[in-house]
Design a protein around this ligand. Structure first.
Ligand code: AMP
Ligand code: MG
Length: 427
């Protein structure tokens, strides 16, 4: 039976997203150095083998004491304690307990001696030889970091699926975890197809253009946490494409661009089928980017996305379908780009039928903290990379709509969080 008969076509963006995500497997795990695990997804629950901090310790340089000994101390009627011993940071626990009427000189991080229940900062104490005078009564526990206030032994500290940021890496280090099990990063074979394409180190001649998709798609893979493997340019012949696509068969996913439309030399679909790929759908109701093909090589082979060749179509379809799939494969729980609601600076018009993704700037709305205005970045032709390079995000114009008017609000899928960044601290 010809699998083309089962090929779905004209899917909505949401349907196509459901289909690709349903077929995306989660990858296995690997052990990496904690120092190299930034941004990775934890593949094991981390249960603490330590209590942190291991013992009650001082949060300040000062004097450890017993609050009861200072009963009645005021500014006018100070109470003096005898400084019995010193507890340095990094030293072992003090050998003896504090006796009534005694204080211990203590430093930040040093263990609280038995018997003491608070630390008075040295700035609030008056030292005079072997005595220290206090002009107030601390609360029990003041300036004491209690054992286990961070982590208790046996406690689940980080669970599977946690994304490892700087604090999580520090926590793992504190627990003595120099290596950690994380989800594998998807390896993505990137293929560019087209007779007109040259690499950027060749000056374009005779109508040739530089294969910018090789750069954009590889960079998008990296941003999605995947590892791109660039397989070069395939000429518009079945043999050349077959050769490149075969080379991608050991990857977790193949992304090609170009050659997937209805032109005479658009060979991606027939070549994928010849190689045994089951095509799942072709064509999604979106602009830019209608001609996109998605398929899979058996149950365990790589997933394949044949993206349209136009530079912005390739990028926008990557964002909607490939990125969430890569994030699912890498174990992330949040698969999609954030959305912000923005007020439109001008009218946006389109024909009904497809969902449009419009390249926009996002600017803070004057006098409305946390609200934004969306404005087109310029020509929206699917070949114009410059308006994509400027865009903070993609304004979503729903399929059924023909117009969103100035002053209305729309949803913007955020690609570049730079517009959130402040030029001044603001506090
Ligand atoms: P296609 O989808 O093969 O019909 O390609 C559509 C248009 O996209 C072509 O006319 C090229 O201008 C452009 N294009 C295709 N592949 C690339 C690429 N790798 N880099 C930049 N532009 C491309
Ligand atoms: Mg082409």
């Amino acid at each position: 039976m010809n699998p083309v008969n089962h090929l779905r076509t004209g899917l909505s963006v949401a349907e196509a997203q459901r289909v690709v995500l349903a077929l995306a497997p989660q990858l296995g795990s690997e052990t990496v150095a904690t120092a190299d695990a930034l941004g990775r997804v934890l593949a094991e629950p981390v249960v603490s083998t330590r209590t942190l901090p291991p013992a009650d310790n001082s949060a300040m340089d000062g004097y450890a004491l017993r609050c009861a000994d200072l009963a009645g101390a005021t500014r006018e009627t100070p109470v003096a304690l005898r400084v019995a011993f010193e507890v340095p940071a990094g030293g072992s626990s003090p050998e003896r307990a504090l006796a009534p009427g005694e204080a211990a000189r203590i430093f930040t991080g040093a263990p609280i001696p038995p018997g003491a229940d608070a630390v008075v900062r040295q700035e609030d104490a008056e030292r005079e030889g072997a005595l220290v005078r206090m002009r107030g009564v601390p609360r029990p526990g003041e300036n004491v970091r209690s054992a286990g206030e961070d982590v208790r032994k046996g406690e689940l500290v980080l669970d599977c699926g946690a994304e490892l940021g700087p604090a999580a890496l520090g926590l793992l280090a504190s627990l003595g975890r120099t290596v950690v099990a994380v989800r594998q990063r998807p390896r993505v074979a990137v293929v560019s197809g087209g007779d007109e394409l040259v690499e950027p180190d060749t000056a374009p001649f005779d109508g040739k253009i530089v294969s910018s998709n090789s750069y954009t798609l590889s960079a998008q893979c990296r941003l999605a946490g995947a590892e791109p493997i660039y397989l070069g340019i395939a000429r518009d012949t079945p043999d050349a494409l077959e050769d490149r696509l075969r080379a991608g068969n050991r990857a977790d996913l193949i992304v090609s661009s170009g050659g997937v439309s209805v032109g005479d030399r658009d060979y991606v679909r027939p070549v994928l089928e010849k190689l045994g790929c089951t095509l799942v759908f072709w064509g999604v109701q979106m602009k830019p980017g209608y001609p996109i093909v998605f398929g899979r090589f058996g149950d365990t082979g790589p997933l394949v996305f044949g993206l349209p060749g136009n530079p912005v179509s390739a990028m926008v379809t990557f964002e909607q379908f490939v990125r969430p799939v890569l994030r699912k494969m890498a174990g992330h729980r949040a698969l999609f780009r954030p959305l912000v609601r923005a007020t439109l600076a001008h009218d946006f018009e389109k024909s009904a039928g497809r969902m449009h993704f419009v390249r926009v700037f996002l600017e803070p709305k004057p006098d409305a903290a946390g609200e934004f205005v969306a404005r087109s970045t310029g020509t929206q032709s699917s070949g114009v990379l410059r308006s994509m390079a400027l865009a903070h995000g993609l304004l979503i114009l729903p399929a059924a709509k023909t117009r969103l008017a100035a002053g209305e609000r729309g949803l913007v899928q955020v690609l570049d969080e730079g517009f959130f960044a402040a030029h001044e601290p603001g506090f």
